[in-house]
Design a protein around this ligand. Structure first.
Ligand SMILES: NC(=O)c1ccc[n+]([C@@H]2O[C@H](COP(=O)([O-])OP(=O)(O)OC[C@H]3O[C@@H](n4cnc5c(N)ncnc54)[C@H](OP(=O)(O)O)[C@@H]3O)[C@@H](O)[C@H]2O)c1
Length: 276
């Protein structure tokens, strides 16, 4: 029996399988993908196994992570339902791990007919930085898995980055911040770089200085207990350039744009979770 299977070798399948292959032996890790060449190539790079069918991956593994887009989840669950039934009848322990945005534990239980079967479900939400070991994985608290399973799962994926667990009532709010913020931060970084180019820097210089500015700021803020905008106050000297820039951002609705983006993303999570 292998330890963990990833169904789908796209962005997140790649990021999580990469972390798993650093945390445990790659011989314990299995991948699938509809595009066979893509899955095989990744498995070769990581030194883990590629198998042709989702059924084979599930049968051979204790933990099964579904890494497909929400619109494909229903058909994948319909396809693999008989496999879970077979494994449950044989008394094999299976732990489903959901990373699919917006999809609740009950969806897996209903779609796979898991009531009364020996199948646990852990709902998590990772982000793309798991690929380089700087991701953050939120775990929804609940009674659909055991403490030992959560502990083991964290162990398998410890090379992905940090973890936190949240009650169901806060899980979506947490996941919206950790999973959508990379998109917003990338846009912000590129906008900073555009400003640098506008002022005469080469693109490559502007890109690097914008990213160094963000990286150093984040590291400084993580080490401090101070209010996040305390740093802004430290940087803004009287009538200085930073304060002038802060006023421009305020005039153009910077804060409300960001707050609205996070609020709108939260609404969308509930919609995409209703799989058809
Ligand atoms: N990307 C993020 O930042 C992020 C963050 C948190 C959570 N998530 C969640 O992670 C999930 C995957 O997202 P992603 O960005 O990794 O998507 P993605 O890059 O499209 O990866 C999905 C992979 O699954 C493959 N696939 C599709 N149908 C399949 C099937 N029946 N059996 C096996 N593999 C199949 C796809 O093949 P093709 O090559 O044909 O497309 C693709 O390689 C989503 O549900 C999303 O909500 C994503």
């Amino acid at each position: 029996m292998k330890k963990i299977a990833f169904i789908g070798s796209g962005t997140m399948g790649t990021a999580l399988a990469t972390a798993a292959c650093k945390g445990i032996s790659p011989s314990e890790v299995v991948l699938t993908d509809v595009v066979v060449e893509k899955g095989k190539k990744l498995a070769e790079e990581l030194g883990c196994h590629f198998v042709d069918t989702n059924a084979e991956a599930i049968e051979s593994s204790q933990y099964v992570v579904f890494c497909v887009k929400p619109q494909f989840l229903k058909s994948v669950l319909t396809e693999v339902k008989p496999v879970f039934e077979r494994c449950a009848s044989a008394g094999e322990e299976k732990v489903i791990v959901s990373i699919v945005a917006g999809v609740e534990v009950s969806t897996y239980q209903e779609e796979l007919g898991l009531a009364g079967k020996n199948v646990s479900v852990i709902r998590i939400l990772p982000n793309t930085a798991c690929l380089i070991g700087r991701g953050f994985i939120l775990i929804e608290q609940g009674d659909s898995y055991t403490e030992e399973q959560e502990k083991e799962f964290r162990y398998i994926l410890r090379e992905a980055g940090g973890f936190d667990s949240l009650p169901a009532s806060q899980f979506v709010a947490g996941t919206v911040l950790t999973s959508t913020s990379p998109a917003f931060i990338a846009m912000f970084a590129n906008s900073l770089a555009d400003g640098g180019v506008y002022n005469g820097l080469l693109r490559a210089q502007a890109r690097r200085y914008a990213l160094e500015g963000i990286l150093g700021t984040v590291q400084l803020l993580l080490q401090s207990e101070k209010h996040l905008e305390g740093l802004k106050d430290d940087v803004c000297s009287p009538a200085g350039p930073a304060m002038i820039g802060v006023k421009t951002l305020e005039d153009t609705g910077f804060r409300s744009s960001v707050i609205n983006a996070v609020a709108d993303a939260y609404k969308r999570f509930a919609e995409i979770g209703k799989i058809k």
